[in-house]
Structures are given as structure tokens and as C-alpha cells.
Design a binder for this molecule. Structure first.
Ligand code: ADP
Ligand code: MG
Length: 375
């Protein structure tokens, strides 16, 4: 047998590097949408409108009324690692924004056609820019690549077309348009509950009635609207918090920006909305937000499921919306490219405290129903 010969090591071409990196962040239309939604929320939008064609594979358009993007920033907007949100590594420990890596728009531009129309309050017209592989490009060959003036409201409209046109393997791994659309709706629905003060709209191109439309409301109203009266009428709530020993507990209304010092003391708090024993469904609906990010955690999921095993019929599940705010210095949001999983300190203990609170509340409401029934 021949001796194995070492092959020469070469640097990958930038185009290949960028397309591989994009594939780690943008898995499917719903993951592109999640990044774009987070950008709208980071921009302070109070209204977000989403239009979809073919499950987002042909078109995904997100319009917001946020702060807009400065015209002078448009040339580097879709470069990798260009961001307005992070400047030092240590900033990662007190992030208040969803984004921080400047990778989403860059990634999208490497696997789709990306167009951005944006207007800041100060600008008298909107500006439109088209991106291919990270770079601003002219609309027609030979024309200048500069942003073009156009009509538009304050805010930003991002249009993503022909997702994965250059990644055939990824495209063929996607499900039907209706399944991809269902995933998109699921993401929008969860963000709409968590950001009940923001109005959301999501529709397919060519249909007049939106599939999702929320006014600016309260969390409970949003849950009722999006998950139905069945869930809303049996909803219980619980709050848990743990100030760090020996340090000042954060004031409930001490939400001043810059007053963040008292935040970084290991304290945490959680709010849960969950159905009582009177409600059960075949599917476990869990909305889990950690520091405002929609995430997944099998540990938390298991612990919450366990709260219901003795009170729900076998094979049925509750609805739970759980939002946890942790001291940002104890959370690592950078463990997963889609930021879908997060790691945090004292995960086991915090999970247990939350599950205990939910269980206690469920027991209390159970007793009450029981008393009423026996009276
Ligand atoms: P990140 O969110 O990690 O900074 P992105 O690639 O998602 O990276 O966005 C790059 C930058 O573009 C952001 O930092 C922000 O300044 C700007 N941006 C993106 N989307 C919007 C939007 N909808 N409204 C205002 N600015 C935006
Ligand atoms: Mg972003």
C-alpha cells in the first residue's frame, strides 16, 4: 500500500468561507426571519410587517418603523462583522441588543438576493441599496453601486429573494412552502407574545387577509389573540426572583439606561404565564425567552413538563410562556451560531426554583377548583 502523502494546505477562497459561514446561521427561511425580526426590535420598531411568498423561499420582506440606517453606513452594511451594537469583547457581557456579531445581513447576502430600503428621521428621502456577496451592487450592469434615492417611510424594509439560489443542497433540504411558512408564523407568533407592545403583521403575497395581526397590547391579550380563548381563560401567572445576597436588589422601576451597574450582581427574575389543570392539548407549546431571546433548553422543558405529569391526562400538555432575565454576565449567548441555545450559570438551581413556583401555583389553583366543586 502507498504511503499517504500530505496534501498542501491552502487558504479557502473568501467566497467559499462566507458561504459556509452563512450556512451556519441561515438554515431556512424562519432563521433568516428571526435575525431580521431581531434587527427591527433592536432598531426600536413599534410596528413590524412581514410579507412572504412560497414559504419565504421566493420572498421574505420585513418592514419596520425603527430608527433606520444612515446612508453613509449602507456601503458596509452587509460586510461580515460590521455592527453598530458591539465594539469591545467585554461588551458581550452587558448586551441589551439581540444582535452583536454583524453577521446576519452579510450571511443573507451570500445565500440570497438582498435589498434594503431605509430612511432615518433626519433624511428627507429613503435610500435603496442592493447587496450581492456582502457588497453593494448596481441594479443594472455598468451603473454605479451607490444607494438610490426613493420614496419611503421612516424605518427599514429588508427584502430577501431567492433564498439558497446558490446552495442547492440546502434548498432541497427545505420542506414544502406551507411547512416553511408555518415555521415563520411560529417565530412571529412567539415574538409577538414576548413583545406585546409592538404590533405585528404577517401575510402571504397575494392574500388580503393577514395570517397574523396584533395591535399593541398586553401579554395576556396577545396570548388570547394568538393562542385562543381556550389557553387564555385558564392562564395562571407566577413570578420568581432572586437578588444576590448582600447586594442591592434591583428596583422594579429602575430601568434607566446606564443604570446597569446594579444589574450585574448575579440576580435574576422570571415571569411565567401557564395554563391550569383545566387546559390540555396534544402539543406542548413552550415559549422560552432568556434575556429576550427566543431559545430552546431541553433541561427547562423537561422540568416544566414534570410540573404537569400528575395533573394532566396522559399524553397531553400545557401551554407555557416563560421569560427569564438573567444577569448578562452569567449568560453566554455565543455558544451557538443561531444563538438558539444559551448557557448560563446556576442553570439547575434557577430551573428548579421556577418549576417549584409553577407547581405551587398549580397546586393552589387546583385546591381552589376542588373547594368550589365540593361546596
Ligand atoms: P447585528 O445585528 O449583529 O449588528 P446584522 O448583520 O443583523 O448584525 O446588522 C448589521 C447592522 O445593520 C446592525 O448593527 C444595525 O446597525 C443595522 N441594521 C440592520 N437591520 C436594521 C433595521 N431593521 N433597522 C435599523 N438598523 C438595522
Ligand atoms: Mg442582527
Amino acid at each position: 500500500t502507498a504511503e499517504p502523502e500530505p496534501k498542501q494546505i491552502r487558504r479557502l477562497q473568501d467566497e467559499v468561507i462566507n458561504r459556509i459561514a452563512a450556512g451556519e446561521i441561515i438554515h431556512r427561511p424562519a432563521s433568516a426571519l428571526k435575525e431580521l425580526l431581531e434587527n427591527c426590535l433592536d432598531a426600536g420598531a413599534t410596528s413590524i410587517r412581514i410579507t412572504v411568498r412560497d414559504g419565504g423561499m421566493k420572498l421574505l420582506q420585513i418592514q419596520d418603523n425603527g430608527c433606520g440606517i444612515k446612508k453613509s453606513d449602507l456601503p458596509i452594511l452587509a460586510h461580515r462583522f460590521t455592527t453598530s451594537k458591539l465594539s469591545k469583547f467585554s461588551d458581550l457581557s452587558h448586551l441589551s441588543t439581540y444582535g452583536f456579531r454583524g453577521e446576519a445581513l452579510a450571511s443573507i447576502s451570500h445565500v440570497a438576493n438582498l435589498t434594503v430600503i431605509t430612511k432615518t428621521k433626519k433624511e428627507s428621502c429613503a435610500w435603496k441599496a442592493i447587496y450581492v456577496d456582502g457588497e453593494m451592487t448596481p441594479a443594472q450592469k455598468g451603473a454605479a453601486a451607490d444607494p438610490k434615492p426613493c420614496a419611503g417611510n421612516d424605518g427599514t424594509t429588508v427584502t430577501v429573494e431567492n433564498l439558497f439560489y446558490n446552495v442547492p443542497a440546502r434548498l432541497s433540504a427545505l420542506r414544502s412552502s406551507s411547512e416553511e411558512y408555518a415555521r415563520i408564523l411560529d417565530v412571529v407568533t412567539k415574538y409577538a407574545v414576548h413583545n406585546a407592545g409592538v404590533s405585528f403583521l404577517c401575510k402571504k403575497v397575494g392574500t388580503s387577509a393577514p395570517d397574523l395581526s396584533t395591535p399593541s397590547s398586553t401579554t395576556k391579550q396577545a396570548i388570547r389573540l394568538l393562542y385562543g380563548q381556550g389557553v387564555a381563560k385558564d392562564l395562571l401567572t407566577a413570578e420568581v426572583s432572586a437578588p444576590r445576597k448582600g447586594k442591592r436588589k434591583r428596583d422594579a422601576d429602575d430601568d434607566q439606561p446606564g443604570g446597569g451597574k446594579s444589574d450585574e450582581d448575579g440576580s435574576w427574575e422570571a415571569q411565567a404565564h401557564f395554563t391550569s389543570a383545566n387546559y390540555h392539548s396534544k402539543k406542548f407549546v413552550l415559549l422560552l425567552f432568556i434575556n429576550n431571546r427566543l431559545v430552546e433548553s431541553s433541561r427547562i422543558k423537561k422540568a416544566l413538563e414534570a410540573c404537569y405529569t400528575s395533573i394532566l391526562p396522559k399524553g397531553t400538555s400545557p401551554f407555557i410562556y416563560l421569560s427569564i432575565q438573567l444577569d448578562p454576565t452569567t449568560v453566554d449567548v455565543n455558544v451557538h451560531p443561531t444563538k438558539r441555545e444559551v448557557h448560563f450559570l446556576e442553570e439547575e438551581e434557577i430551573t428548579e426554583r421556577i418549576a417549584d413556583a409553577i407547581q405551587a401555583r398549580l397546586a393552589q389553583s387546583g385546591e381552589r377548583t376542588f373547594e368550589y366543586q365540593t361546596l
